[in-house]
Design a protein around this ligand. Sequence first.
Ligand code: TIU
Length: 226
Amino acid sequence: MTYSIPADPYDFTFDPAATALLIIDMQRDFVDSGGFGELLGNDVAPLREVIAPIERVLAAWRACGLLVIHTREGHRPDLSDCPPAKLARGKLEIGIGDVGPLGRVLVRGQQGHDIVDELRPLAGEPVIDKPGKGSFYATDLASILAYRGICSLIVTGVTTEVCVHTTVREANDRGFECLVLSDCIASYFPEFYDMTLKMIKAQGGIFGWVAPSEAFLAALPVPALP
Ligand code: TIU
């Protein structure tokens, strides 16, 4: 059964059974004070605003019994999977692998690397640990989606122009149809947020579709509560 929701640049049609909710990098390192995002010089406040909308979408999607996939950007403790160029970038005083307020920055197993409590993955929900900005690069995401028969992605998370857009570009080239929920993604830079959404939906949806989560939730076949 397929559903259609009003979206930009035109209605987005999807089969829930062939659709996954992708929650990108909702880690303390990006949304909490003292994490990688703040160490890069950013104000994390705009990123925190998407926690509640994503929580609502996640609850509805879980209630439908559909596939949720979480991603986390980060590296092995020995940093052997971190490109030297990434390690050096920014000439940060406290950078990747260094000890910061949330533990070692962007390192797997550390407090900052984990997903915020509000969006904590449930057992059975795949968590993709990725070394790069894209969710497909050097991960098993493509295999997991193929084995589950997924062809559409509902995309949420941070940051809009970095890990979200990189992932949407990767997904688009792999043939996935992506709906980006506009109030469930955020950037440290308002102008980058605006331009990224424009880029995604321009030219007849060259990368995908954009809609507010309200429109998406209104269309979901959420079972009625007893
Ligand atoms: N810096 C920035 O905007 N983002 C990242 O480094 N990673 C993600 O977007 N997850």
